[in-house]
Design a protein around this ligand. Sequence first.
Ligand code: ZN
Length: 160
Amino acid sequence: MKPVLKLKNEEIGLYLEITDGLLNIIKDLGLKHYPKEFGGVLVGYYSIDKKTVNIIDTLLPVSYKSSKIHFERGSEGLKEQLIELFNAEQPLIYLGEWHIHPDARPLPSGTDVEGITEIAKHKDVNITSPILLIVGLTTTEMELGFYVYFKNKIYKYETY
Ligand SMILES: [Zn+2]
């Protein structure tokens, strides 16, 4: 068994699981681009009862704009990559987004909330409750903030 971080939101009864391996990959990517923001797409699958989201991997943007306080990924090639993952032996789907907050706490900014709301309402994205992972990162520390957009509100996941 791979080490897994488990989180939940009691209020809406949703669960989330992500491997330490993927979190390490995300941390390394953040440090590589530090002190600028960086990010990507989260892919994985839902449990049969749809209550638990399993984050398995990340897709990285081919093009993006970033600064110390801003990140915007391009969507070039993403659709093709997602189709390929969906058709794999173990299908993975789009689950949401992650990005780094260099030298800042992992709290969603106004732009972050707008972004995830837009994704939830986008007709091309077949997901109504996208996940948002924000990683507060310094050269020595990492703080994770996991959020989910659910019925027009943003909820935070807590470890348990
Ligand atoms: Zn942000």
